[in-house]
Design a protein around this ligand. Sequence first.
Ligand SMILES: N[C@@H](CCC(=O)N[C@@H](CS)C(=O)NCC(=O)O)C(=O)O
Length: 284
Amino acid sequence: MPDKVRFYGFTGSNSVYTGRLLLEHKGLEYRFVKLPPAAHAFILLALGFPTMGAPALKIGGRRVSGTRWIARALDELYPDDPLFPADAELRREVQRAERWGEELQNATRRTFYSAARRDRDAFMSVLGSGRGPVRRAGLRLMSPIIIRLATGVHRASDDAAREDIELLPERLDQIDAWIAAGVLNGESLNAADYQIAVNVSALLLCDDFIPFVDGRPAAELARRVAPDYVGHLDPVVPDEWMAELRTAYARSAAGAGAVAPAPNGTSVADSDATRVASLMRASL
Ligand SMILES: N[C@@H](CCC(=O)N[C@@H](CS)C(=O)NCC(=O)O)C(=O)O
């Protein structure tokens, strides 16, 4: 049984937060090796990890990169409290939701860096969390280059972020549908819960998105699974993009039936069991 567990990453990162929750799920003791953002990529390669992405885990002589591979390695090494269900069909659905959740993670990251380019305080409130004054000052100094590099590495252009924001309502519908079907937010949490909930929590840090996320089953999942995401983003999304988000929200809710108030006062339809069931049929 592996004894020394080292976890590499930096606070504020959505994928690192998921990695931390996976370790906590297993009740493992570990040392968190905090790396400086941007430089972390080169350090991880130099340390022999297979990719330059955080999080990374050194466990029993193995080097594992990435949340999905960390989840699998943990289940292999510590079969108790499994992160994937034993039932083959449910397991496939959880794996599918987890893979989908990694794209939600990418979308959340793209949206974050688009906001960070407009508001340095937004960047600092998330990435600066858990750092002392000296490290915070260093981070602020380095922030233009970190944001530039992350934008390049993650292709977090404004065009991509704008599309991600427009896709937000249908992504939230999908999460709610998985919750209704018991794939997510079950009695015992699984790898897809950790992958997805962290990113819904990240959305709840953004004033722009709170009205679209709050009050839904997805938000409940986020608060249950990932309640301690630190940071706050003032409204920063351009008006035109917000208008597209409202239209997309109204369109997704209009397929639902019952009329309910939408964020910003317009009247739109709310989800109901029929809508959830048909979403599940379409997506699983
Ligand atoms: N999809 C990967 C995420 C890896 C990733 O992109 N992490 C970011 C930190 S939030 C990073 O390390 N980016 C720099 C890079 O990949 O070079 C996972 O789930 O582990």
